[in-house]
Design a protein around this ligand. Structure first.
Ligand code: GLP
Length: 234
């Protein structure tokens, strides 16, 4: 595991974007595993800047996102599909039909999980997976549990995650209580993993990287992956 300590959110974002861009340069038709939340916004801004300058080309790239809230239309600004379209996809030269997320509006979440699992497998999984981390150690939406999940599945969000994510929702908007997420198994199959964590994640990063490997701290499983780069802010 490589740990890169930076001095600011901006520096963390530039370093992370550099690794994603390097992946695309090495393999122009690669599959990028992408994340949502506030942590990757700066990384995406930097990728947009690099794309505008012609330093990276996304025309052959495919993307698979980690997760999506259940019950939100893709046109809902709180949905992860909307977030990805606005924050990244519509600002780079990627073909939108090459970008994949679970469908949060599917009638049957179990069926949709199976469909997305098959989609991820068909693409061969992510060459590089970008991750943020929740305050309770969740990655994707894999909450603390008694076991590590394997495949894409529906997850009931913990109250602490609902509370944490409610900051991104407006007054009167209800935070969904369930989501469809890649499992820990999907994440661990990625060729490379880049985890970004701002200064507010110091404690949980310490626990996840140096504590015991346990599904009670889902990100701790990353200690077992062969190619992880963690970029933190001091
Ligand atoms: C959500 C996402 C995670 C993300 C986490 C932390 O729960 N499902 O993928 O890592 O939020 O978000 P933030 O970066 O805003 O702290």
């Amino acid at each position: 595991m490589r740990i890169i300590q930076t001095n600011s959110y901006e520096e963390m974002s530039v370093r992370a974007a550099g690794l994603l861009a390097a992946q695309v340069l090495l393999k122009p038709g690669c599959v990028l595993g992408l994340a949502t939340g506030s942590s990757p916004v700066g990384t995406y801004q930097e990728l947009i800047r690099m794309c505008e300058k012609g330093l990276v080309d996304f025309t052959q790239v495919k993307t698979v996102n980690l997760d999506e809230y259940c019950g939100l239309e893709s046109t809902n600004p709180q949905s992860y599909r909307y977030f990805m379209n606005k924050t990244l996809f519509e600002q780079i030269n990627i073909d939108l039909s090459n970008t994949y997320l679970p469908d949060g509006m599917a009638q049957d979440a179990a069926e949709e999980s199976k469909r997305y699992q098959a989609q991820v497998e068909k693409l061969g999984g992510a060459d590089l997976q970008l991750l943020g981390i929740g305050q309770n150690g969740h990655i994707g939406f894999n909450e603390p549990n008694d076991f590590f999940t394997r495949d894409v599945h529906e997850e009931k969000l913990t109250q602490s995650t609902i509370n944490a994510n409610s900051r991104l929702f407006g007054e009167g908007e209800t935070v969904p209580t369930t989501a469809i997420t890649m499992g820990i198994g999907n994440i661990m199959k990625a060729g490379k993993i880049v985890l970004i964590a701002g200064a507010d994640k110091k404690d949980i990063i310490e626990e996840a990287l140096y504590g015991p490997v346990t599904p009670k701290v889902p990100a701790s499983v990353l200690q077992l992956h062969k190619d992880v780069t963690v970029i933190t802010v001091q």
